[in-house]
Design a protein around this ligand. Structure first.
Ligand code: HEM
Length: 127
C-alpha cells in the first residue's frame, strides 16, 4: 500500500497558511530579511509550488520552472549557517501556529532541517 504523503496529511489550505505565516516572519526578521529582494507575493507563490512537490504532492514547481536545483538557485544569495538557523526558526514558529497534530508538526519540521543546512553556501565570518 502506498504511504500517505506529508502533502496529503497537511492539505492545500494548511500549506498556504504555513507559507503566509512563514514569509511574514521572514520579511520581518532582522537576521535574514535583507536577503529577500524580490516581490513577496512571487516568492510565496514559488514556495507554494515547490513545497507542494517537496512534500510529495504534484510536481508543480518543475512544471513551471524546470528542475528545482534549489542549492544552485540559492547560490546568488550568500547563506551562512546562522541564516539557515534563522530560516528554520521562522519555519518552526510558522509550523507551530498551524492547527495540526503534534506528530505532523514534527514530521514537517524534520523535512526542512537537512534541506536548510544544504543551502548553506557561505562561511560565517566572525565579527
Ligand atoms: C537556509 C536558509 C535559506 C535562506 C536564507 C533562503 C533564502 C532565499 C532567498 C534570498 C531566495 C530568493 C528570494 C528572492 O527572489 O528575492 C530564495 C528563494 C527560494 N527558496 Fe530559499 N532560502 C533558504 C532555504 C530554503 C529552503 C530550505 C527551501 C525549501 C525547502 C527554500 C526554497 C526556496 C524557493 C522555492 C525559492 C524560489 C526559487 C526560485 O526563484 O524559483 N529555501 N531563498
Amino acid at each position: 500500500m502506498e504511504e500517505v504523503t506529508t502533502y496529503e496529511k497537511l492539505g492545500e489550505e494548511n500549506l498556504k497558511l504555513l507559507i503566509e505565516r512563514f514569509y511574514d516572519l521572514v520579511f520581518s526578521d532582522q537576521r535574514i530579511s535583507h536577503l529577500f529582494k524580490t516581490d513577496k507575493e512571487l516568492i510565496k507563490e514559488k514556495q507554494r509550488l515547490f513545497l507542494t512537490q517537496f512534500l510529495g504532492g504534484p510536481p508543480l514547481y518543475s512544471q513551471r520552472y524546470g528542475h528545482p536545483q534549489m542549492r544552485a538557485r540559492h547560490m546568488p544569495h550568500p547563506i551562512t549557517e546562522d541564516d539557515a538557523v534563522a530560516w528554520l526558526s521562522c519555519m518552526s514558529s510558522a509550523i507551530s501556529s498551524l492547527n495540526i497534530s503534534e506528530s505532523l508538526k514534527d514530521e514537517l519540521f524534520k523535512r526542512f532541517v537537512p534541506t536548510a543546512m544544504f543551502m548553506v553556501n557561505t562561511e560565517t565570518t566572525s565579527e
